[in-house]
Write a protein that binds this ligand. Structure first.
Ligand SMILES: Nc1ncnc2c1ncn2[C@@H]1O[C@H](COP(=O)(O)OP(=O)(O)O)[C@@H](O)[C@H]1O
Ligand SMILES: [Mg+2]
Length: 310
């Protein structure tokens, strides 16, 4: 639809004014992690890829972000989570563990002490009533995701759409090689973000090639190895947990942070800066936390975090 700017003037000028009414404020959806939100967040219409090797914590990161954001949703707003890999029950258990801080393994094995069960149930009650919509259909294409979202058009304003994960989406175009298929999928996801007017966070699995290099921090070409995904993405973030990939004899470098240290590395940012920040992995609840100020200072000084110019 062609829009005459004059007829949109009042909304356009208030968009301009927002920039000085709250200077420096990120005009989008935060992640809930101050160290990331300082640089970036999720803007409506943008496609953000979050990529890492299996088991590094892509799902954990997405669920931690959901846990941060859900309480701030207003009536009628929702977040959609398309889980191609895990069932609703499994996702719910993981969210309940994050919310209650009761170890996931205790919840799953039924060993939560009686006096802690109320904490778990209360957390479950909160999580279930915060505007999270989960679709655990394991066979999904982008057009199916689109139609599932549009079904709720009259009731829900989508604030964020999460897809876990992109490699499991069914391709729709003509038969082609994998790289071309993934390119089609990322293009369709970008179009979806713009049509729905919400940010899309799509998780992506990196293949083994990233482990072959001396610096095991994932880079854009590793994503390319798994298909031409990054072309249409506005932002590309990687997760890197040295404790999973470096030789344990090297652990002295990370000192007491070794087990927990995780970097979120932004290597593409269409409307912002690229950055490298640290979060703390909490294995018991399979989630990420912000470092305390003191720890953050120590970690940042050691690792040279912040804005980067690759
Ligand atoms: N159900 C679970 N029970 C216990 N630990 C888990 C469970 N799921 C994940 N984890 C832990 O969290 C880590 C990150 O998992 P996940 O976020 O699912 O990774 P990814 O999505 O990147 O493959 C895993 O390596 C594992 O240590
Ligand atoms: Mg996962």
């Amino acid at each position: 639809m062609l829009v005459c700017l004059g007829t949109r003037y009042s909304s356009l000028i208030s968009f301009v004014r927002q920039h000085w009414e709250e200077p420096g404020k990120f005009l989008g959806l935060p992640t809930g992690y101050p160290s990331i939100d300082f640089y970036s967040g999720f803007r409506p219409g943008e496609l953000t890829l979050l990529a890492a090797r299996p088991g590094v914590g892509k799902t954990s990161f997405a669920l931690s972000v959901l846990r941060n954001l859900l309480p701030a949703l207003k009536d009628g707003e929702g977040i959609a989570f398309f889980s191609l890999e895990m069932s609703i029950e499994e996702i719910f258990l993981r969210l309940v563990s994050i919310e209650s801080r009761v170890p996931l393994s205790d919840i799953r094995s039924g060993t939560v002490p009686v006096e802690k069960r109320k904490v778990v149930e209360d957390a479950a009650g909160r999580i279930a009533h915060l505007g999270l919509y989960i679709d655990d259909d394991s066979s999904m294409s982008v057009s199916l995701i689109r139609s599932r979202l549009l079904q709720f058009r009259a009731e829900v304003v989508w604030r964020l759409i999460v897809i876990d994960y992109i490699g499991l989406l069914t391709p729709e175009g003509p038969i082609a090689n994998r790289a071309v298929q993934l390119g089609d999928i990322s293009r369709a996801l970008k179009a979806l973000a713009r049509e729905i007017g919400a940010p899309v966070l799509a998780l992506a699995q990196l293949n083994r090639s990233v482990e072959a290099e001396a610096d095991k921090r994932p880079k854009l070409h590793h994503l390319r190895d798994s298909g031409c995904l990054e072309q249409d993405a506005d932002n590309v973030w990687f997760l890197y947990r040295p404790s999973l990939v470096i030789d344990p004899s090297d652990r002295a470098r990370w000192k007491k942070h070794y087990e927990h240290y995780t970097e979120v590395i932004c290597r593409k940012a269409r409307n912002g800066q690229q950055f490298r920040v640290a979060l703390k992995w909490v294995g018991e609840t399979a989630s990420f936390e912000e470092y305390s100020t003191e720890e953050a200072r120590e970690v940042a000084a050691q690792e040279g975090l912040g804005v980067v110019d690759w």
